[in-house]
Design a protein around this ligand. Sequence first.
Ligand code: PLP
Length: 293
Amino acid sequence: MSHIAYVNGRYLPQRLAQLSIDDRATQFADAVYEVTCIWNCAPVDHAAHLARLARSLEAIRIAAPCSAAGLTAICREVVERNRIERGTIYIQVSRGVAPRAHPFPADMIRPGLVITGKHGVGPSESVADQGVKVIAIPDARWGRCDIKTTGLLGNVLARQAAVEAKAFEALLYRPDGFVTEASASNAWIVDADGIIVTHPLGPEILGGVTRTTVLNLIRAAGYKVEERPFTLEQARTAREVFLTGTTTFVMPVVQIDAGVIANGVPGTICRDLRRRYRAYVEQSTASEAAWAT
Ligand code: PLP
């Protein structure tokens, strides 16, 4: 089936959809984006994704391309035109088109808006049942990882290293030994005291929408949780390690580099959280409320 993309006011077959070579997304990664999971033809945590998009836009001073209601209408149209039952939508907003020069264009330009859709989401349940291997790699990204910009070269190189090592993801660590997150997911451990730990919000990590939902599920389930940094060494010797993200859901990690985590099978807490998150996805996409902003 050919995909339909929304580009700056028009719905087009994706193979015909194009951006100007002077769009600042192409030259400067002067753009931000969101990826939302579609389940039961409806978005998971749509309002939270739009809120993060608004924060990212504000952080780099790009005007909103349209209202939240307008964005929602286009997202719905993309889901419907592409008949996405389970998949993802991608929203990208750039500063717009202007002759290449580093400073913001002096004249007001219209932000560029692209929304595309994709069928299929995340790895299979059997991958999650077995758990995945990750590699550890130095975090070589810039200092504002909290902004979801399309400037993803550090993430791309880390993920490529993971692929070449036949690993699912790359855990990123700083020179001080602390793990920030993974190339496209947030990282968590369960420590020796049974406390679930994840890096606090701040410029070092992207505040994952899934991270927030999983924190809520953790608290509702009565588990102990702390938002504090943990080291790579603590991860290697943790009881459990897992990742969260829009397309990953809750993914157990059973190996970091050559080292097996605990007894090498997904731990009880992360399996329980994956089950709870799956139930949340089902339940939250079952009604019209999924599209509320
Ligand atoms: N961290 C990074 C670097 C990411 O790119 C992503 C998602 O793409 C995440 C974390 C998880 O964020 P979310 O749960 O909003 O998908």
